[in-house]
Design a protein. Structure first.
Length: 366
């Protein structure tokens, strides 16, 4: 693939067709202080090119976070159908009647499908029969977030002293838990070497266990959907901290939660990770105040979590050069962090502006 080559973007969107250029990342790098972090969402198919351009611009690639979700839809090409089309053969159509949602045996239907009729066809040619069941892609279930850093000016300590940045704000991003995180190291009969137990807030002269505020944040984030939760063998809904969150719940782990989903107790391994569902329609439209059709909108709580992660103790300025409908801006507004948003498309620029205004008004009224 040549530099700047245009690929087909998400839902055919022209702005998503090419990955940001090295020059664009260089411009970001120039505006940043040494030790400052960059986070870039990417598509699994093109993440390598985004990462290479970020690296070629002069950043250090530090990590790649995965935001795992259950709501992705398979959008690949059915090889059998393509063969019948190629061979100009008509396929036999069979209408499958569906009743209520959940009765469907067709895996690609969305979970909120409310019933209706689904048209199915059968392979016609011998070639299409041979290739029945073949597709060209998998169901999307995660979005990578590339984490990079502008090179340090000296050591971490020298850099933070000189430039006021260079660390990740682990303390504010710990994943709340009721579980004892000592790992048994402080039990009377424990034979563990406490000097090795450095991952949590254990004093060097340990003997009294100090429970940290939560689990150390991981480079894995999930959406809390039943589909993803089911991947974790130990989950037991309704354990301590478990249950169902109502829409508009005011006391989520990371502030208010604006969507309905199940909470999982600490004994379930999915609870070890920060989770955030995809955007609810009320969040998308700021409770009906704004018409927002942005196809790749991010949840405000996810952006808050990521902003908190790169937030420095004293001086902060967030730059989002791909603002879309302004979710980064909403999160920054809530956290009181100054933020510059850049958006190329007039339509999305207007949506972002309206969402920011509506969110500002809602915050003032609260
Ligand atoms: C993935 S979307 C961002 C979505 C956003 N996080 C949200 O929650 O709504 C990327 C946005 O970047 C914009 N964009 C693409 N190339 C751009 C460029 N060169 N300069 C400014 N904006 C650009 C697109 O119009 C699109 O709205």
């Amino acid at each position: 693939m040549t530099k700047g080559a245009v690929m087909k973007g998400f839902m055919g969107m022209q702005w998503d067709g090419a990955v940001p250029s090295v020059e664009l990342w260089q411009a970001c790098l120039e505006a940043m202080s040494p030790g400052a972090h960059l986070l870039s969402f990417a598509a699994p198919r093109t993440q390598h090119r985004i990462a290479v351009n970020i690296e070629d611009a002069g950043f250090e690639i530090r990590d790649s976070l995965a935001w795992v979700f259950g709501s992705g839809m398979p959008k690949g090409l059915d090889v059998s159908k393509a063969l019948d089309k190629e061979l100009k053969a008509e396929r036999k159509v069979s209408l499958v009647s569906l009743g209520r949602a959940g009765q469907s045996e067709i895996a690609c239907l969305p979970p909120d499908f409310t019933g209706g009729e689904y048209m199915q066809t059968e392979p016609s040619t011998p070639e299409a029969k041979l290739w029945d069941g073949y597709n060209v892609s998998l169901k999307p279930a995660y979005e990578p977030i590339i984490m990079a850093r502008k090179s340090l000016d000296g050591t971490v300590a020298q850099n933070v002293l000189k430039h006021g940045c260079g660390g990740l704000n682990i303390g504010e991003c710990r994943v709340e838990t009721n579980e004892n995180l000592s790992g048994g190291a402080y039990a009377k009969e424990s034979k563990k070497d406490l000097s090795l137990a450095s991952s949590y807030a254990m004093p060097a002269n340990a003997g009294v266990y100090v429970q940290p505020t939560g689990r150390y944040p991981a480079n894995f984030i999930h959406d809390g959907s039943d589909e993803v939760i089911a991947l974790f063998p130990e989950n037991r809904p309704g354990m301590s901290g478990g249950g169902k969150h109502k829409s508009g719940h005011k006391k989520g782990m990371f502030g208010a939660i604006d969507c309905e989903h199940t909470l999982y107790g600490d004994q379930g391994s999915a609870a070890r990770f920060f989770y955030q569902a995809k955007v609810s329609s009320s969040e998308r439209s700021c409770n009906g105040a704004v018409q927002n059709n942005h196809p790749t909108i991010k949840p405000k709580a996810l952006m808050s979590y990521l902003l908190k992660l790169v937030k420095q103790p004293e001086r902060n300025l967030i730059l989002d050069p791909f603002a879309g409908s302004g979710s980064t801006g909403l999160a920054a507004l809530e956290l009181g962090i100054p933020c510059i948003l850049i958006e190329r498309e007039r339509e999305y620029f207007d949506i972002a502006l309206q969402r920011l205004q509506a969110h500002h008004n809602a915050m003032k009224a609260a």
